[in-house]
Write a protein that binds this ligand. Structure first.
Ligand code: SF4
Length: 486
């Protein structure tokens, strides 16, 4: 999927490290590099040297956001980091992360991946208690709530109290003074994992960030779990603060957002994508001369699809028939339909020799607005494809995401109010099929009930205003009642 042009965007990547006897800044910097695909608008690191916090947060890519001098200034062996892609309209440094602040209860740094659905209620309540907010982001709401709870409770109980009040999707890395912790919401919507390094431990959105530091993946942080890294880098403590009967892992992480070389909730993303491709052949395989991916993320789907076809004796050949111009990037993010259409032609070029006179199956991971797909089909016909079949390695996206993915509105989503046949006609393909929800669950080796499927079913795992939920869930009542915890 050409994500810069029309696809959904992951909004954030988070990381935290605690090292024995080494500055945390450079390992954090490399880890953020490995998570760059999760957010390109801003990058930041906050460290602690045992006495005070040091922070550097800048707009732009990781490679541009830090100089050698910036990294040298981030003293201390513990720290957290963040990459962010904010929604359009709120591109400014006040929302860039990590969010860092000093309270009576000590210094706090917070990196957040996800989105709260009750941040407004908590913000209003805290504002009534005199808390002054500097941004409109929900991360600052979590920081203020935690700071307030830390006035009365120890770290573990304070986190538990805050978890009892916030509702929505969150994977957090937090630094309280020189202690680094990681928290995953009770449904485990967004990923977070623990890794062991030669001289410490790391928490990261994806295991690729552990790999880049030559570390070993220990395991995923469990839904509802708090992990506290030892200050000396020697280990970590685990606290299962909230039990939940069902998880709500975002299936789209596997389909689209995460790096294929990351392992999330027990599965290598690359393997899942290949299995999704195999399932796609099982459900809607079509005879054709060539099967080709939409680069880059369609590649694993297409190879799984072709392999499954060949296993059944079909003579379909896997080929790279669309070449991506790697140098067309974010400069071509343009808001108008006309600009998007032009950008597709600059970004992807079909190889005439692979396509001419052939029946072609194109595999993509999603169709959002349909513009890119229609352009692709047109491009392939222009260079002589006899037929173009379109296969999508996920169910149709029919509804927006409220959990931290910049998806699109219902008005923009082509599948929100169109049938598959209507979409086929709109994009001009000879045939079109999506993958079923059941096949996604099979490929992820998870029960459907333990996945978030909100954007493809319109039923969400959280209590969201104006939307229906797929489970028995209610927002916590936010008020001044004494916390029912501890
Ligand atoms: S709505 Fe879709 S993109 Fe958002 S968390 Fe759920 S599965 Fe992921």
């Amino acid at each position: 999927m050409t994500r810069e042009l029309s696809g959904p965007r992951e909004k954030c990547g988070v990381v935290g490290v605690s090292l024995d006897d080494r500055a945390a800044a450079r390992p954090l910097y490399y880890a953020l590099y490995a998570l760059q695909h999760r957010g390109q608008e801003s990058a930041g690191i906050v460290t602690h040297d045992g006495f005070q916090q040091h922070d550097h947060v800048e707009m732009g890519l990781v490679g541009d956001a830090f100089t050698e001098a910036d990294l040298d200034g981030l003293a201390g062996g513990v720290g957290i980091g963040h990459v962010r892609y904010p929604t359009a309209g709120s591109v400014d440094t006040s929302c860039a992360q990590p969010f860092s602040v000093s309270f009576k209860s000590g210094s706090l740094g917070l990196s957040h991946n996800g989105n709260l659905v009750n941040a407004g209620e908590i913000r209003d309540e805290l504002a009534g208690h005199g808390h002054a907010f500097t941004s409109d982001g929900d991360t600052e709401v979590i920081a203020h709530d935690l700071a307030r709870n830390l006035l009365e409770a120890d770290l573990v109980r304070a986190v538990k109290r805050t978890m009892g009040r916030i509702h929505g999707s969150y994977s957090l890395t937090i630094m309280h003074d020189d202690t680094v912790l990681g928290v995953r919401d009770p449904e485990g919507n967004r990923p977070l994992c623990i890794g062991e390094l030669e001289d410490g431990y790391i928490l990261a959105s994806e295991s690729a960030a552990i790999d880049v530091l030559d570390g070993e993946l220990v395991r995923d942080v469990r839904p509802g779990e708090l992990v506290v890294l030892d200050d000396d880098g020697q280990g970590f403590e685990s606290y299962q603060l909230v039990e939940s009967e069902r998880s709500a892992h975002c299936f789209f992480e596997h389909v689209y957002f995460a790096r294929p070389d990351s392992r999330i909730d027990g599965n290598l993303v690359y393997d899942v994508r290949r299995e999704l491709g195999r399932q796609l052949w099982e459900e809607s395989g079509v005879d054709s001369d060539v099967v080709m991916p939409v680069p880059d993320s369609g590649r694993a789907f297409a190879s799984g699809y072709a392999e499954a076809a060949q296993d059944e004796g079909a003579s379909v050949e896997f080929a790279e028939g669309l070449m991506k111009n790697r140098y067309v990037g974010r400069t071509f993010i343009m808001p108008t339909q006309d600009a998007r259409e032009r950008a597709v032609r600059l970004k992807l070029n079909p190889i005439r020799d692979v396509v001419e006179g052939k029946t072609v199956t194109v595999i993509d991971d999603s169709i959002v607005r349909g513009t890119t797909s229609r352009q692709l089909v047109e491009l392939l016909r222009d260079v002589g494809a006899e037929a173009v079949h379109f296969r999508v390695g996920a169910p149709a996206i029919v509804a927006p995401c409220y959990m931290g993915i910049d998806m699109a509105t219902r008005e923009e989503l082509i599948a929100a109010d169109a049938t598959t046949e209507e979409i086929r006609a709109e994009i001009g393909a000879d045939s079109l099929s999506y993958l079923s929800v059941g096949a996604v669950a099979t490929a992820l080796e998870e029960a459907e009930a333990d996945l978030c499927l909100g954007c493809v079913t319109g039923e969400y795992p959280y209590d969201i205003d104006g939307e229906t939920t797929d489970r028995d869930v209610e927002r916590p009542v936010v008020g001044d009642a004494a916390p029912a915890d501890d």
